[in-house]
Design a protein around this ligand. Structure first.
Ligand SMILES: [Zn+2]
Length: 839
């Protein structure tokens, strides 16, 4: 028997929403007995409709915010950046006009709380800072639409209550954490709306087309990027966070339509152990204000049974490792304007009102708990100063300084102090060079945040995770790393991190060499091939002019090219600088090892890449690939929609990439077509579930390791946890590399860390050289995996290469491109694209 919740709807509205002369008014949303300044424009003055009648588009939303900022001395507005689609990332700072005049001073005093000497500051008169962000998932739109009301209320409400609130609270308000996604979703919901509203969940209005508005332009879930902050939206809001040190951060979401309203705390046993216990107690106390407010308007809610506070990359968890309190709100979604649910009709205005209510109850809690929250924050930093180590972290890569630089950039985004090493350093057999390594002292403000970024963890209180269980950055970047470097190693402090900049390339009349280890070497290769310059790749290491060139070194002969020697030098110099790669001009082909004219140099071909997207394909996985190739390597790809596959001309492509799929992405006829294309010489690369489909279709063959997990002694009510414990939500595993295989070219270590979130285990091939990447006997590096799965994973292979006719089929069981921060496995994927012909 399912629990049936009854959601109290504003019946008056649901009926009147059936026609355009709706009786919906601001009174439905706004608190009773408040007067409003008539000088402040109401949302409908600008929109031409009442909030909730239509889904606000992002441009309308920011248009209204601009108008409010012009009209109200309580609001300051700024543009913090742009999305990939060029939309502004706004911040409204809302507080009393008096506070507005001393805003910078207030901010500095507030920030001083987190610094040494903060204990001497008087918090009794200090405003508390609350950061409220709407609809980071663009198709969870009640948040941003409630933002219209929230901003209006804060700008226009009159009387001692609001004045006192604005004196005591500085509100950092972002009406849309995900502008591109919100725009996409509002388009969908509005263009499919009936004038005579239908509540049928099967209507097109409630069934958004792939990939949906949840994600940003490149289909990233922005609510997983607070820690890596690789995306522009995250970078803007992380900067605000570290400037302001908010005491509370709220993150407004939607969940399944047949639910009610959720607010944190989440499931207590799934809180990250680095989060102080007091954080969760304060979260619960803030929750009492939400409960009171929801009781008053008759809305059902629940807490503590769902969601968690484990992965710090989520908006409601990131604050918890920064002396702040993150609060997750989840409202049952109406998706469009009115939907039948098992709780009755759920209207869009109802969901907006709940979000607005939670917005206000947060402010009420912040005001009432002001001292408690400020002191908690101060104590958080005082305590972290007492526990932090005296030594330092060091990380780097001698053969790929760019990869190390990207981790240093990530740290700098979080205001973490980064230094160059004062001298070369060696630890555990790893060498750290002065120009390819970074030192990060533990004695600094964000010591806990740093720990959360760098630690590895393999034991857990719970076996269920809402998201990934590991993200250790030194492993994700596959860098040389030590967490016990001496503090005396600190050299020059770095204000900003720049990628390596090569010197001007000397002209050669013989050949140029490009080591493949550089992160951006594929970008250089692609540019060279696009120019129809012949380039070859070394299948073996060699030494020339005293320098050793590793597997995969690119060689560009000067003779017989389309460009003369001078033009070639000029072109390649530009390529090297643009891609931040080292390039060497050499004047002889005679080497120790293979000579430059050797048959051990393989010719490389220009690649024409199609990426399968559309229904049936994981938009996250596809988006990561699109983003990687498009923005990091400047490789122009074709996004080939699964719905057009049967009539697409595949002969245009050398490579087709199939991201993880749900099994029905392509038909059996499509599979035949794909098979014929591979047989004619195409390269097919498949990930995760797509690999299973490819196997079923006879495109590739491998043996899966099956696991058994009999449910013995498990009670009915434990069934979901029992099954959930077998999920690999995302953890990090070690594999051995055969560096002589082209899939491993560019790596200078024999071991690699991989990110895995599937239970597809592939038995090793009997022919040992067909296992160039092989999980170790003890593969778990960080994160949660059940004993059964760990046993199954040992000594299996995450990568399969097979030829089919004249073509190649390559399979990865792991995600080499995870969430744009897994720099450490990009090269595996790029090798699959460019070197498949040499395997
Ligand atoms: Zn969400």
């Amino acid at each position: 028997m399912k629990h049936l919740f009854v959601i109290f709807l504003c019946i008056g509205f649901t009926l009147s929403a059936q026609n355009t002369t709706s009786k919906l008014s601001l009174d439905y949303y706004l608190p009773d007995q408040v007067t409003y300044n008539p000088e402040i424009p109401k949302p409908q003055d600008l929109l031409g409709y009442m909030p909730g009648e239509w889904h606000v588009s992002h441009d309308q939303l920011i248009g209204y915010m601009q108008r409010l900022a012009e009209a109200s001395p309580r609001i300051r507005i700024e543009r913090r950046g742009s999305t990939f689609e060029g939309r502004p990332i706004l911040l409204l700072t809302i507080t009393s006009p008096q506070n507005q005049q001393n805003l910078e001073e207030i901010r500095e005093r507030h920030a001083a709380l987190t610094e040494e000497g903060g204990a001497n500051l008087d918090t009794s008169t200090m405003p508390v800072v609350v950061y409220q962000g709407m609809s980071i998932h663009g198709n969870e739109a009640s948040g941003s639409n409630a933002g219209l009301l929230a901003a209006y209320y804060l700008a226009a409400a009159e009387g001692p209550e609001i004045e006192s609130l604005l004196n005591d609270v500085v509100i950092l308000f972002d009406p849309s954490f995900n502008p591109d996604g919100l725009q996409r979703f509002s388009f969908w919901a509005n263009t499919n709306k009936n004038q005579t509203i239908t509540a049928d969940p099967q209507d097109r209005e409630y069934d958004e087309i792939w990939p949906g508005g949840r994600t940003n332009h490149y289909w990233f879930d922005l609510n997983r990027d607070w820690l890596p902050a690789e995306l522009p939206e995250s970078q803007a809001r992380i900067e605000t966070f570290h400037q302001w040190h908010p005491n509370i951060l709220t993150d407004h979401h939607e969940m399944g339509s047949s639910s009610s309203f959720f607010f944190q705390p989440g499931i207590p046993s799934r809180t990250h152990p680095l989060t102080p216990a007091l954080n969760q107690e304060l979260t619960a106390e803030i929750g009492t204000y939400h409960a009171k407010a929801f009781d008053k308007i008759g809305s059902l809610y629940y807490t503590e049974e769902d969601y968690d506070d484990f992965y710090y990359g989520k908006g409601s968890t990131f604050p918890d490792i920064n002396g702040s309190i993150g609060i997750l709100f989840e409202q049952a979604s109406s998706r469009g304007h009115l939907q039948e649910t098992e709780n009755g009709l759920l209207s869009f205005p109802f969901t907006i009102r709940n979000q607005f209510t939670a917005f206000l109850s947060t402010l009420e809690a912040a005001k009432a708990m002001r001292n408690k929250l400020l002191n908690y924050q101060r104590d958080f930093y005082t305590n972290s100063r007492a526990e932090r180590g005296k030594d330092a972290y060091i990380f780097g890569s001698t053969n790929d300084p760019a990869r190390a630089a990207h981790l240093a950039k990530l740290l700098k985004r979080h205001h973490i102090e980064v230094y160059k090493p004062a001298r070369e350093y060696e630890a555990d057999g790893k060498k750290f060079g002065t120009n390819s390594s970074y030192v990060v002292p533990k004695t600094q403000k964000h010591s806990r945040l740093l720990k959360a970024m760098f630690e590895t963890r393999t034991t857990f209180q719970d076996s269920l995770f809402y998201d990934i269980s590991a993200w250790s950055f030194p492993l994700a970047f596959n860098l040389d790393f030590s967490d016990t470097a001496p503090a005396g190693l600190l050299g020059e402090k770095l204000d900003s991190i720049t990628l390596p900049q090569p010197l001007t390339l000397r002209q050669s009349n013989y050949a140029y060499l490009i080591p493949w280890g550089d992160y951006y070497a594929p970008k250089a290769l692609n540019a060279i091939l696009n120019k129809d310059i012949r380039v070859k790749m070394a299948m073996q290491p060699f030494t020339l002019n005293g320098k050793t060139y590793d597997y995969g070194t690119l060689m560009i002969p000067v003779q017989n090219q389309k460009l003369n020697a001078e033009a070639l030098q000029s072109f390649l110099d530009g390529v090297a600088k643009n891609a931040h790669v080292k390039m060497d001009a050499v004047s002889t082909g005679s080497t120790q090892g293979i000579d430059l004219g050797s048959r051990q140099f393989e010719s490389l071909e220009k690649q024409h890449i199609a990426l399968l997207v559309g229904e049936g394909i994981s938009s996250y996985d596809a988006g990561e690939i699109w983003h990687l190739l498009d923005t990091r390597f400047d490789i122009s790809i074709t996004k080939l929609d699964t719905r057009n596959f049967s009539r697409s001309d595949l002969n245009r492509y050398t490579t087709i990439i199939m991201p993880s799929s749900w099994g029905s992405a392509l038909t059996d006829e499509d599979a035949e077509k794909l098979k014929n294309w591979v047989r004619e010489g195409g390269t097919l690369i498949g990930f995760k579930n797509a690999a299973k489909w490819m196997k079923r279709q006879g495109l590739v063959d491998f043996t899966e390791v099956e696991t058994e997990n009999p449910a013995t002694g498990i009670r009915f009510e434990q069934r979901s946890d029992f099954n959930g414990a077998q999920v690999i939500g995302g953890a990090i595993f070690k594999a051995k590399l055969d560096r002589s295989h082209p899939i491993a070219f560019g790596y200078d270590r024999d071991e690699i860390n991989l990110f895995r979130d599937t239970t597809l285990f592939i038995e090793a091939d009997e022919t040992s050289y067909k296992n160039p990447v092989l999980y170790t006997e003890e593969p778990l590096a960080s994160g949660y995996i059940s004993d059964i799965n760990l046993e199954a994973l040992k000594s299996t292979r995450p990568f399969v290469y097979q030829s089919l006719g004249r073509g190649d089929v390559l399979v990865f069981t792991d995600n080499t491109n995870f969430r744009a921060f897994w720099y450490g496995t990009s090269k595996l994927f790029m090798n699959a694209i460019f070197f498949a012909g040499a395997m």
